[in-house]
Every structure is written in C-alpha cells, then in structure tokens.
Design a binder for this molecule. Structure first.
Ligand code: UD1
Length: 340
C-alpha cells in the first residue's frame, strides 16, 4: 500500500519512513530539501534495504501538488511532517510560517478529502502551553499560542478537525509530540540541525564533541526538583513507530470518530540537569555547562499522560532516556568523525 510521507527526509520523517518500510508499506517521500538533504535517502535505504520513491516538491505550489497526485492516484494515506519549525524564526517571519505550514496542509487535505484516505498530522505539545496539571492529558485546554509556529500547529489541528467534520471519507489523527530526541540505533539517520542548535540534545552532543565550547542551562530557579525545566524526552524511533500504529488504526479498524488526537511522550519528565547526567553517563564525557538566565517563553514543565495512546493505539514508548542519549551521541560521533 502506497503512503506519502511529506518531509520524509527530516528528523522524524526519515525514522518514520524506515518503520513504514519495515511493515511492508510502499513509501513516497516529498520534501523541498529546505532543511534536509537528499543524502538521507542513502541512510534510509541502507537500513531498510529499500529505496523510497522521492520527489523534490514544495507543497506551497498548488499546481505542482495537484499534478503530483494525478501521477500517484493510488496513495492511500499521508503522514504530513513537512513544516517550518523554528520558534524564533517564526516570530520574525510570521507570514512565511503561516504560508508554509498552512498552505501545504490545505492543498494536501483538498486532495485527500476528494479521494478519501488516512491523514496523520504532526502536532506538538506546544498547543498546551504551560498546562495547569501534570501529566498532560489530551483533554487539557489548548492555550493561546506563544509563537506563530505554535499557532500554525493549533490552526492546523482546527483545519483538520473542521475538514473531517464534513468529510466522513477522510480519517485523521493528530499526534502531539513532546520532545523527540535520539537517532536510529544504526547511526545511519538522525537529527541534522542547520547552524547553532536551538534544542537541548543536539546542543549537548555538539558541546560534547567540541563543536561548541559550553552549554548554557537556561535557568535553575524554576519550581522543580533541581530548579531546571522538566520535559518529556521521547526516542525518535518510539515516536516513528507510533505513526505506523496510528496509520494502521485508521486503515484497519473502525473508529468512533474520524478525527482523533493522541499525546506521544514517555509519560516521564526529566530536568535539564538529568539529561546532562544521562549524557555524561552514556558518553563517559564530562559536559562543560554553565547556568544562565531563563530563556524567555520557556515553560516550567511538560510531560505527557500517555494513557490514551497506550490504551487505544496499544503503543508505549520503549526506550529510556539513557537509550535515547546514547543513540544521539553515537550519531554525533558518526557525522563528525565518520565512526559510530
Ligand atoms: C522547543 C520548542 C517547541 C518545539 C520543541 C520541539 C521553544 C520555546 N519551544 O521546545 O515549540 O515543539 O522544541 O522539540 O523553542 N535548554 C537549555 N539550553 C539550551 C537549549 C535548551 O537549557 O541550549 C533547555 C530549555 O530551557 C528547556 C529544555 O532545555 O527547558 C528543552 O529545550 P528545547 O530542546 O528547546 O525544547 P522545548 O523548549 O521544550
């Protein structure tokens, strides 16, 4: 069965392609390569033994999207990762973010609602803002977005929900990711941040390997067990598997509703200092870090209640924080030194 993965050369997309191929799906990737390289295809095929079909395509180009679908009438499902995702850049260039993230979604949904099929949408725990209660369930209220990026995720969910309401042939699931980290255990694919990483784990591994002099820990005066912020770090391979399970749910079972939402996390929160400790343990390296002021816009804590995904999808994250940090470190060693 043919599945379209948009943004399939990216961090989460590439891991999901491998898991789909492992389950026998035929994958077509479209990616505009704005934040990913065609070389990722080699990594994917050397893990799975199969080269996915690939088309370089910008999903904002409506005519080209229509033309693409005319050539791939047999696509039965879409997993939609392609989106701009830098929070800071979205504040500076809001129109770019609204155009990139919403036009692409609308053009894909236009096609899928005519043909019918499965649609999986990459959403984020950012929609909860600072939730009032931990762990966060799917029923927690959606808070006003802190950035245009966050707003595109909220609006994307609304566009999807409203489209599903009037289109019974369209069956969709929005997946709200907590903090994806790590890399494939083969160290053949992983995260490739361009420039200075904004996220914690790539910054740690780049500091560990000597690319950055030190990590800044943004604040140690939060009301948490050691004063640093708490997040739910999930191994990217666990996250990738959840996409396959969600797709299979749509394709193989009759759901009560044609639009569902699931949190994807481990259910366990870790502080920034605990992540550093884990890195030091698995790498055997001491990490150079200093405590600095809080980063504006950071929330104190966010970790998932995963009961709904466990019960309904039958999915549970398997990897520990140490497993994820080890894979992130192996990947960093591989890309910088060519040895894994
Ligand atoms: C960020 C995004 C979020 C996005 C998610 C994807 C912001 C405000 N939020 O979440 O919208 O969905 O990435 O992974 O950017 N930290 C440091 N030093 C660093 C970097 C991070 O101490 O150099 C701390 C942060 O303060 C935070 C934790 O590490 O407590 C995780 O940060 P990060 O990886 O940027 O993720 P989020 O802020 O949770």
């Amino acid at each position: 069965m043919k599945i379209l993965v948009t943004g399939g050369l990216g961090f989460i997309g590439s891991h999901t392609v491998v898991e789909l191929q492992d389950k026998g799906f035929e994958v077509v990737i479209v990616d505009d390569c704005s934040n990913a390289s065609e070389e990722v295809l080699e990594g994917i095929s050397s893990i799975s033994g199969q080269m996915p079909i690939f088309e370089k395509l910008n999903l904002r180009e409506k005519e080209r999207v229509q033309e693409f679908f005319k050539r791939h009438q047999d696509i039965k499902g879409i997993i939609h990762f392609a989106a701009s995702k830098a929070v800071g850049e979205s504040v500076e260039k809001p129109l770019l973010y609204y155009e990139n993230n919403l036009h692409s979604l609308i053009y894909l949904l236009k096609w899928m609602s005519e043909k019918g099929g499965a649609f999986i949408f990459s959403s984020s725990c950012t929609v909860y803002g600072q939730a009032d209660e931990m762990p966060i369930t799917e029923d927690a209220p959606v808070k006003p977005a802190e950035s245009p990026y966050g707003n595109t995720k909220q609006m994307g969910e609304e566009i999807l929900r409203d489209t599903c309401t009037v289109t019974p042939e369209l069956k969709a699931i929005a997946l709200r990711y907590f903090n994806p980290i790590g890399a494939h255990p083969s160290a053949k694919i992983g995260e490739l941040p361009i420039g200075v990483p904004q996220n914690l784990v790539p910054f740690i591994t780049q500091t560990g390997i000597g690319l950055r002099p030190e990590l800044s820990v943004f604040g140690n005066d939060y009301p948490t067990r050691d004063g640093t912020c708490v997040r739910d770090y999930i191994h990217v391979v666990d996250l990738a598997r959840a996409h396959v399970v969600a797709l299979e749910r749509i394709l193989n079972t009759k759901q009560q509703s044609n639009y569902e939402i699931f949190n994807l996390g481990t259910g366990k929160g870790s502080t920034v200092l605990e992540v550093i400790d884990s890195f030091q343990k698995v790498s055997g390296k001491e990490l150079n870090y200093k405590i600095v002021d809080r980063r504006p816009g950071d929330i104190t804590e966010a970790y998932a209640d995963t009961t709904k995904a466990n019960r309904i999808l039958g999915w549970k994250a398997q990897s520990t924080l140490d497993d994820a940090m080890r894979s992130a470190w192996d990947w960093e060693l591989k890309i910088r030194r060519g040895n894994s």
